[in-house]
Design a protein around this ligand. Structure first.
Ligand code: NAD
Length: 248
């Protein structure tokens, strides 16, 4: 039976690299996107061209009804979910707390925290042994910022990733006996478009010399850690964190 994975925010960056790697490993992949249908379809086409199975799935993960509809479509068109990657995340223009509106803070939390919770909830409903499921694995894509903070830059983002880490730890315990493993990858400075939305497209270039490995990371290097945590090779690993940040 084909393994089915859902990757949120998979039209670009780390999500895209993860969807392509999982497809190469034989998963049928749900490629979630919020707005850029053409980019998501390009990922799907790349998988199909290589003989795999993939489906573009539109949903704003912060909207409960859209998440529920996305999982229903995945059930109907790809099959039984066994892997969820909570990758979608947002980062706004760097600023200090004096300039953070409630609207901004709530938007960050709605996507990075509530969105991850909602997708975990729908995945657990399908994977848990008590619901007749076959078990499965969830990987939350957090951030080194959850551990290190980012003073004067985006403490709202760092706090949202801290909350996501607590979700990983708590849910791992809650669903371990249900056959579900929950882990996290915390990337460091990775070359993606996220830094442009944070107002500093060249951020990786600025910070790389501060890292022990003296370089930024590629999305594919994060995808490898995610894929390992989803795989049977990590069968005794739950509630764990892989810090993929070049040594920091
Ligand atoms: P990215 O901006 O390229 O990708 C994020 C994706 O999430 C985008 O495709 C975006 O459309 C999608 N998304 C945002 N809000 C969404 C919503 N409400 N519903 C559905 N999709 C939504 O950035 P990336 O670097 O690939 O980020 C992937 C993950 O890695 C994020 O969770 C980010 O916080 C985390 N991360 C990235 C870095 C880095 O240096 N790039 C470092 C640490 C953590």
């Amino acid at each position: 039976m084909t393994k089915v994975a859902l990757i949120t925010g998979a039209s670009r960056g780390i999500g895209r690299a993860t969807a392509l790697l999982l497809a190469r490993q034989g998963y049928a992949v749900g490629v979630n996107y919020q707005t850029n249908e053409a980019a998501a379809q390009q990922v799907v086409n790349q998988v199909l061209a290589a003989g795999g199975r993939a489906l573009a799935l539109q949903a704003d993960i912060a909207q409960e009804n859209e998440v529920v509809a996305m999982f229903s479509r995945l059930d109907a068109e790809l099959g039984t979910l066994c892997a969820l990657v909570n990758n979608a995340g947002i980062l706004f223009q760097q600023t200090s707390i004096e300039h953070m509106s409630a609207e901004r803070i709530n938007r960050v939390l709605a996507t990075n925290v509530t969105g991850s919770f909602l997708c975990c909830r729908e995945a657990v409903k399908r994977m848990a042994l008590r619901h007749g499921g076959q078990g499965g694995a969830i990987v939350n894509v957090s951030s080194g910022a959850a551990r290190l903070g980012s003073p004067g830059e985006y403490v709202d983002y760092a706090a949202s990733k801290g909350a996501q880490d607590t979700l990983t730890t708590g849910l791992a315990i809650e669903v371990a006996a249900q056959g579900i493993r929950v882990n996290s990858v915390r990337p460091g400075a990775i070359y993606t478009e996220m830094h442009a939305s944070g107002g500093e497209p060249e951020r990786v270039e600025r910070v790389k010399s501060l890292l022990p490995m003296q370089r930024g990371g590629q999305p594919e290097e994060i995808a490898q850690a995610i894929a390992w945590l989803l795989s049977d090779a990590a069968s005794y690993v739950t509630g764990s964190f892989i810090d993929a940040g070049g040594g920091r």
